[in-house]
Design a protein around this ligand. Structure first.
Ligand code: ATP
Ligand code: ZN
Length: 226
């Protein structure tokens, strides 16, 4: 990515739960894109705007490092990266422009159904499997609970049965995955939706003008949905 470029660069998730709605929103805001499955970069044909299509986990860092101008990402991933960077002394500055009203989910603690779970105190000294170690520890600390993380990048919900952890902390939408793995949701620790974020510092005037045009269009699209 050429940082001196006058084209506004927007990072979105390449393929996953946020992709379709991210592209649909930008198109509804008047940007035209032709997307080629294999390509990382997509140029808008009617605006000086480029889409960078990456894994959602990479989006907050790309924005915070100023490698891209804007990013569309789940608040769960955004906050996890922010806490991780804060803890490891990497800059975590960014501007939140809009909550996007899609990608809703919650990060919850779930325990095996047969456990006689009474409350958070039952997690004291236990091991909790998660992909979100910073959000989890941030929450436990606020609640005065000390538990250890078992950090997994996937298949978190099988960890208790596999003997890797006593509980899990994972994203939930319907609870069907939990149910299928004999788990029951007990504590919601974070509620999330997709966010539009901007890199720190001011944008060159040409890019700022596009953002100034984009934001009221997003508001319009959201208003029309209500
Ligand atoms: P990537 O390959 O980009 O890393 P991923 O597997 O990490 O993809 P997805 O499962 O596509 O990510 O989810 C992307 C984001 O969508 C989540 O971080 C969350 O913000 C949001 N989301 C919305 N609904 C759900 C859901 N039911 N389960 C999980 N995530 C959801
Ligand atoms: Zn991801």
């Amino acid at each position: 990515v050429d940082k001196s470029s006058q084209r506004l660069t927007i990072a979105i998730q390449k393929s996953g739960r946020l992709s379709t709605e991210s592209i649909a929103l930008l198109q509804a805001c008047g940007f035209r894109f032709s997307l080629h499955e294999a390509r990382l970069l997509a140029h808008s044909s009617n605006q000086p705007v480029d889409l960078l299509r990456v894994r959602d986990d990479d989006i907050p860092g790309l924005v915070m490092d100023g490698v891209v101008d804007l990013g569309l990402v789940g608040e769960n991933v955004l906050d996890e990266v922010r806490l991780e960077r804060k803890a490891t002394n990497i800059s975590y500055d960014f501007t939140r422009l809009r909550a996007l009203e899609f990608g809703q989910c919650r990060l919850s603690i779930a325990v095996p159904k047969e456990d006689n779970y009474q409350g958070l105190a039952d997690l004291q000294g236990k091991r909790i499997a998660t992909t979100y170690p910073y959000l989890l520890q941030n929450y436990l600390q606020q609640q005065g609970i000390s538990a250890s993380n078992a950090i997994l990048t996937g298949s978190v919900e099988v960890a208790p049965r596999a003997g890797l952890a006593d509980a899990i902390c994972d994203l939930v939408s319907t609870g069907a995955t939990l149910e299928a793995n004999g788990l029951i949701e007990k504590e919601v620790i974070f509620r999330s939706q997709a966010q539009l974020i901007q890199r720190p510092g001011s944008l060159p005037a040409a890019k700022q003008a596009i953002v100034d045009q984009l934001l009221p269009r997003i508001d319009g699209v959201q208003m029309a949905k209500e």
